[in-house]
Design a protein around this ligand. Structure first.
Ligand SMILES: C[S@@+](CC[C@H](N)C(=O)[O-])C[C@H]1O[C@@H](n2cnc3c(N)ncnc32)[C@H](O)[C@@H]1O
Length: 386
């Protein structure tokens, strides 16, 4: 286990209670922001009822919040997400490494004398990154596309995803790009116009310096290692044949995409490029659940509840946080009830509660900075596998 170097952080694991949000043991969870992530205290609170050998599953794991909550509770977990960005961030929640190892790996990759083979060109790339910073990013990108399977490389990759874009620093540089949001990447034409109108040119930012700061911040204290992992898969398909032990889950804690929230890849297009994708925005990604109509969407969720039931123990608990986008309003309870009924595989609804409103700040959609409009209440559904 990594050493705890911070005074006042002598926590005993597994945790029974979440420490203050700024506690260094929680920082790995914020290594990279993710769209519509739910707050850590939701899965953490649910898991207070878990027994020490219980296994946890999240079939729409996003950045791996459920997996990190399970780790804090000392429980083994598996996460599944169809998005390469989500799975690259989520897998970092299992890593056991140190800031020194991360910095040394980053140094090693950057000092390699080979030039990167592919450096994207065009007005967007010239204005988004200084040429020297872009070269460093491309070196990491190419190194990870060859190999990224050690804890240190997985953590460095997630950390780099988290610093790829964000606001310009006033005193210290925390992000590598010209001015940009940190949660999502704005589209090329919009960005170029924005930078040109304001005369914003990219700064020469040393990637290694930013990595050093961020690694020391995010990875100095890590909770003890637990078993499990992440699958980059489509949860609608039967979840089988994997290197991970996909059976006998006791807890499923998840949050499906909200109806018509289908821009996970286009909104993360720079992170998608860094992970080996196209250097242009990719608008179609077939592995995400379909949003073509409410009926179709509900049927797609039904497939997931069915494939999940097949790998759960009897009496397993299914906890779903769900809501709707103001631009595509729907009744979240009705939609979930319909999808569980269609799945017809033993999930019996125990209760549906409000997850909170804008006033108490617990809603998932608030975690994402993009303009989602006026808030609609979210719900927490609890079902048991009979
Ligand atoms: C609301 S987000 C989950 C956020 C997560 N609770 C967190 O805290 O980060 C929904 C996720 O579902 C994923 N997703 C959509 N369709 C999927 C599918 N067919 N199989 C697996 N994951 C899918 C999206 O990529 C997205 O990451």
């Amino acid at each position: 286990m990594a050493q705890n170097n911070f005074p006042g952080n002598d926590l005993s694991f597994p945790l029974n209670k979440l420490p203050n949000k700024s506690n260094s043991y929680l920082r790995l969870n914020t290594i990279c922001p993710y769209f519509t992530m739910f707050p850590l205290d939701y899965p953490f609170e649910v898991l207070k009822y878990a027994k020490s050998n219980d296994k946890v599953l999240d079939p729409f794991c996003g950045r791996g919040t459920t997996n990190f909550a399970a780790r804090l509770r000392g429980l083994s977990s598996v996460g599944i997400d169809a998005s390469p960005i989500a799975s690259a961030i989520a897998i970092s929640k299992f890593t056991n490494t140190t800031p020194e190892q991360i910095i040394s790996l980053c140094q090693e990759i950057l000092t390699d004398s080979d030039k990167p083979e592919n450096v994207p060109e065009g007005p967007f790339w010239t204005l988004c990154y200084h040429s020297s910073t872009l070269n460093q990013i491309c070196k990491l990108r190419e190194s990870f596309s060859e190999e990224c399977n050690t804890d240190t490389s997985i953590a460095l990759r997630a950390l780099t995803l988290g610093i790829l874009h964000g606001p310009l620093g006033k005193t210290v540089d925390s992000y590598l790009s010209n001015q940009m949001p940190r949660t999502y990447a704005s589209k090329p034409n919009y960005s170029v116009k924005y930078w040109e109108e304001r005369g914003l040119l990219p700064k020469n930012i040393d990637l290694l310096e930013v990595v050093k700061r961020r690694a020391k911040y995010s990875l100095s204290s890590l909770p003890p290692y637990v078993d499990g992992g992440i699958l980059k898969e489509d949860s609608r398909n039967p979840i089988k044949n994997s290197s991970l032990p996909l059976e006998e889950f006791d807890w499923v804690i998840t949050s499906p995409p909200y109806y018509n929230m289908n821009t996970y890849i286009p909104d993360q297009w720079i992170r998608n490029w860094f992970l080996g994708g196209n250097d242009k925005v990719e608008y179609s990604y077939s592995k995400q659940v379909s949003h073509s109509s409410k009926k179709k969407f509900s049927s797609e969720l039904a497939k997931v509840w069915k494939s999940v039931a097949d790998i759960c123990n009897p009496n397993a608990n299914l906890m779903i946080r769900f809501g709707s986008l103001p631009s595509s309003p729907c009744n979240p309870s009705e939609l979930l009830e319909e999808s569980l009924e269609e799945a017809n595989c033993g999930w019996e609804i125990n209760n549906i509660k409000s997850a909170g409103t804008a006033e108490n700040g617990r809603r998932q959609s608030e975690q994402c900075v993009k303009n989602l409009g006026k808030a609609i209440e979210e719900i927490d559904l609890h079902a048991i596998l009979r």
